[in-house]
Design a protein around this ligand. Structure first.
Ligand code: F6P
Length: 530
C-alpha cells in the first residue's frame, strides 16, 4: 500500500517547492481545495501531481470510503470498545434516520438539544433565576472543546459569562471562582463517565464554595452515566445525557456544548452545528482529491511519512482561536497516538505526529526562530480569516493577515547567503563583517506550510473548521489501520495516581513503586513537615 509513496521519499526531500511554482503557473489553484467559503491551500508543500495521485490511491486502498460509510451509518467501528462513532449524529440537522442496534438515534438527540435550548433560554431570560456567570467543570473533551469554542465566539456572546475549571490543581478553582457570586453562578459538571478524579473533586469543592447541598439547585450535570449524577445530588431535570457512541473529544456538539449554547444562544449554536454538518456532507460526497478533510489528512501523511517530519504546528492567525492548538492536541494525539493496529499487530510506521502551536502573531516572537532556521523542519498549518470582527480596528486585521502571509512566504522562499550579503552590504558593512554575519542571516526556505483561509470566524465557520479536523483525524487513523476512538494510553497514569494518593498523604506506598518516586515522595513529605 505504501510502496509507491515510499519510493517518492528521496525526490520529495530533494524537491524545491519554488520550482514547482515555476513549472506550473496555476499551482496555487491546482493544489487547493475550495468548498463552501473555505480554502485549503497546500501548494506550498512538495506534493506534485504524481504525489497526490499516490496519496489518493493510498486512501482508497486503505478503505477510507468504506470506513466513512460505516461511521456515518452507526456501525461499531470503535472495535476495542464495541461502540459506534456518531458525533456526526449530534449535528445531523437535516438527515434521515441513523440507527444504532436497530434504533433511530435522532429523536433522542433532537429532544435533548431541545431540552438544552429550553434550559438555555430560561437562564438567559432570567426565569431560571438571576445567573450572571456559568462555570463549566470538566477536563479533556469535557473542557477543551467548549472552552475553545466559547473563546472563539466571543463576538457572539450575549448570555452569561462562561468560565472553565479543569485542572485538579486547586489554583484553577480558586482563581476561577475569585470574584464570582455563589448566588448568581451556575455550575455545569461535565463528565462523560462522571468518575474522572479531577472533575469530581472540583465539583465537590465547587459545591462547598457555593454553599453546600443547598446550592445544588444551581448545578447541572452532563454525562452518559445519568445515575451517577443523581448520586451527586443533581436531579434528572437538570441532567443532560448522551450516549456512549459520542467520544469525549468529539462531544461538544451535544450536551457537552451547553456552555457554548448559554454563551451565544440556541440560534447561534445551531449555526455552529450547521457548519459542521456542511463539512460532514462535503466529506461524504467530494472526490478524494477535492475533499478537504481527506486532503488535509493526506498532506499530513506526506509531510510525516514521505518527508520524515515528526511534528506539525497549528498556527491560527486569530487570537480567539488561541485554544485551538490545545484542542487539536487532544483530538489528534489522543486519537492517533497509537502503536498497535486494529488487528493487534504493531505498526511499522509512526502514526500521529506531535501537534503543537500558538496563535500568530505571538508565536513569531517565540518559537518561529526554530521554524525558520532550526534543523528540524516543522510543517506549519496556518489559518486566517479574510475579515475580522473589529471593523473599527481594521488596520490590526490587515497587519495580522500580512504577517500570516509573510510567514508562509518566507518559509517557502528563504534567503540565500548571496542575498544576505547584498542586504548587509547595502548597509555599508565591511567585508569582514559580511563574512561574520551573512551565514547567520541565511534561511534555507523550502519549508512546507498550508493555509486554511476562511471568510470570518462565525459560528458556522467554526463548525466547519472543527469538523474538518475531526475528519482529518479519522482519515489518518483509517490509513494507519488504528482505532482513533479509544484512548487506553491514558489509563495507566490514572490507575497509578489513584494508588499514590494515600502515599502523598503519608499512608504507605504501593508495591513496585520505583526508587525515584520513593525518594521524591520522601522529599515531599519531609518538606511538608518542616
Ligand atoms: O483523558 C482521558 C479522557 O477519558 C478523555 O478522553 C476525556 O475527554 C477526558 O478523560 C474526560 O473524561 P470524562 O468526560 O469522562 O470526565
Amino acid at each position: 500500500m505504501w510502496a509507491e509513496l515510499d519510493a517518492m521519499a528521496q525526490s520529495a526531500r530533494a524537491c524545491r517547492i519554488a520550482d514547482l511554482f515555476e513549472a506550473d503557473a496555476s499551482r496555487a489553484a491546482g493544489f487547493s481545495v475550495d468548498t463552501d467559503g473555505l480554502l485549503f491551500d497546500y501548494s506550498k508543500t512538495s506534493i506534485d501531481a504524481a504525489g497526490r495521485e499516490a496519496l489518493v490511491a493510498l486512501a482508497e486502498a486503505a478503505g477510507v470510503s468504506e470506513k466513512r460509510t460505516a461511521m456515518f451509518a452507526g456501525e461499531a467501528i470503535n472495535e476495542t470498545e464495541g461502540r459506534a462513532v456518531l458525533h456526526t449524529a449530534l449535528r445531523a440537522l437535516d438527515s434521515g434516520p441513523i440507527s444504532v442496534d436497530g434504533k433511530d438515534v435522532l429523536p433522542e438527540v433532537n429532544a435533548t438539544r431541545e431540552r438544552m435550548a429550553a434550559f438555555t433560554r430560561s437562564v438567559r431570560d432570567g426565569s431560571f433565576g438571576h445567573i450572571t456567570d456559568v462555570v463549566n467543570i470538566g477536563i479533556g473533551g469535557s473542557d477543551l472543546g467548549p472552552l475553545m469554542a466559547v473563546m472563539a465566539l466571543a463576538p457572539y456572546h450575549d448570555g452569561p459569562r462562561c468560565h472553565f475549571i479543569s485542572n485538579v490543581d486547586g489554583a484553577d478553582l480558586t482563581d476561577t471562582l475569585a470574584g464570582l457570586d455563589p448566588a448568581s453562578t451556575l455550575f455545569i459538571v461535565a463528565s462523560k463517565t462522571f468518575t474522572t478524579q479531577e472533575t469530581m473533586l472540583n465539583a465537590r469543592s465547587a459545591l462547598k464554595w457555593a454553599g453546600g447541598d443547598a446550592a445544588l439547585g444551581r448545578f447541572v450535570a452532563i454525562s452518559s452515566a445519568v445515575e451517577k449524577c443523581a448520586d451527586f445530588g443533581i436531579p434528572a431535570e437538570r441532567v443532560f445525557g448522551f450516549e456512549d457512541w459520542v467520544g469525549g473529544r468529539y462531544s461538544m456538539w451535544g450536551p457537552i456544548g451547553l456552555s457554548i449554547m448559554l454563551a451565544v444562544g440556541p440560534a447561534a449554536f445551531e449555526k455552529f452545528l450547521r457548519g459542521a454538518q456542511a463539512m460532514d456532507q462535503h466529506f461524504q460526497s467530494a472526490p478524494f482529491a477535492q475533499n478537504m478533510p481527506v486532503m488535509l489528512a493526506l498532506v499530513g501523511i506526506w509531510n510525516q511519512q514521505v518527508c520524515g517530519h515528526p511534528s506539525r504546528a497549528v498556527l491560527p492567525y486569530e487570537q480567539r482561536l488561541a485554544r485551538l492548538p490545545a484542542y487539536l492536541q487532544q483530538l489528534e494525539m489522543e486519537s492517533n497516538g497509537k502503536s498497535v493496529a486494529l488487528d493487534g499487530t504493531s505498526l511499522d510506521r509512526v502514526a500521529g505526529p506531535v501537534v503543537w502551536g500558538e496563535p500568530g502573531t505571538n508565536g513569531q516572537h517565540a518559537f518561529y526562530q526554530l521554524i525558520h532556521q532550526g534543523q528540524q523542519v516543522v510543517p506549519c498549518e496556518f489559518m486566517v480569516g479574510a475579515e475580522g470582527h473589529e471593523v473599527e480596528l481594521i488596520e490590526h486585521h490587515r497587519a495580522l493577515v500580512a504577517n500570516c502571509l509573510a510567514q508562509s512566504e518566507s518559509l517557502l522562499r528563504g534567503r540565500t547567503e548571496a542575498e544576505a550579503r547584498a542586504q548587509l552590504a547595502d548597509k555599508g558593512l565591511s567585508d569582514a563583517k559580511l563574512d561574520q554575519l551573512a551565514k547567520h542571516r541565511v534561511f534555507s526556505g523550502n519549508r512546507p506550510s498550508t493555509t486554511l483561509l476562511y471568510p470570518r470566524l462565525t459560528p458556522y465557520v467554526l463548525g466547519q473548521i472543527v469538523a474538518l479536523y475531526e475528519h482529518r483525524v479519522f482519515v489518518e487513523g483509517v490509513i494507519y489501520g488504528i482505532n482513533s476512538f479509544d484512548q487506553w494510553g491514558v489509563e495507566l497514569g490514572k490507575e497509578l495516581a489513584g494508588g499514590l494518593v494515600p502515599a502523598v498523604e503519608g499512608q504507605g506506598v504501593p508495591e513496585g513503586t520505583s526508587g525515584s518516586t520513593l525518594s521524591l515522595l520522601d522529599r515531599i513529605l519531609h518538606l511538608r513537615d518542616r
